[in-house]
Design a protein around this ligand. Sequence first.
Ligand code: PRP
Ligand code: URA
Length: 212
Amino acid sequence: MYSVGVPVHLVEHPLVHDALTILREASTPPELFRRMAVRISLLLAAEATKDLSAAPVTVTSPLGPAAGRRITSDVVVVPVLRAGLGMLDAVLELIPSARVGHIGLQRDEITAVASRYYSKLPKDLHDSFVLMIDPMLATGGSAVVALDMLREVGARAARMICIVAAPEGIELVERQHPDVQIYTPVVDQGLNDHKFIVPGLGDFGDRLYGTH
Ligand code: PRP
Ligand code: URA
């Protein structure tokens, strides 16, 4: 069993759970599904970036000098293709200066084992704040492969944002990458015989892009 509270941040915001409930509903059409994916990703990304470093600055408001803070962290956001792309615009809306790396993984339909088909990652990740985005953490196989790839190019502790997690996936990530913090609204019951999350929301990529 994974140790709740150590690497897992359960995001309780009611707007997150409102969007999640619409995403779960089987009759939600792709257009609404995409909108809710953006909305929930904005809220989750805000939570996962709460401690970004910032420097004090002074700006001039129409009424005079005002003390403020500007983000100084170099943020690298890494969507895991294809479903992670549905979360990317939301993160870039919050952090427009972020660099973006792409990792393409595909779970085999029978074995559920993830294999790589694409990778393009920014250089010099050592001191970056790395945010991996993939909506579904099921067996954890994809997340571990993606995190291995990030570690190979020098990323230190990464954070992962997902929309639905299964206990099996959290346990595997915790075992293989104990320094990774996971942000999710929910940890569901478990996996079915096809390694889909139950109750989950089905195949995120297919629902996002209408490819059922
Ligand atoms: C989904 C999802 C994750 C993975 C999770 O992607 O987006 O990447 O499955 O499953 P796991 O934890 O058991 O590895 P999928 O491989 O279906 O590809 P897609 O994003 O192209 O639909
Ligand atoms: N990928 C999905 O999109 N959904 C699941 O439940 C598991 C893997």
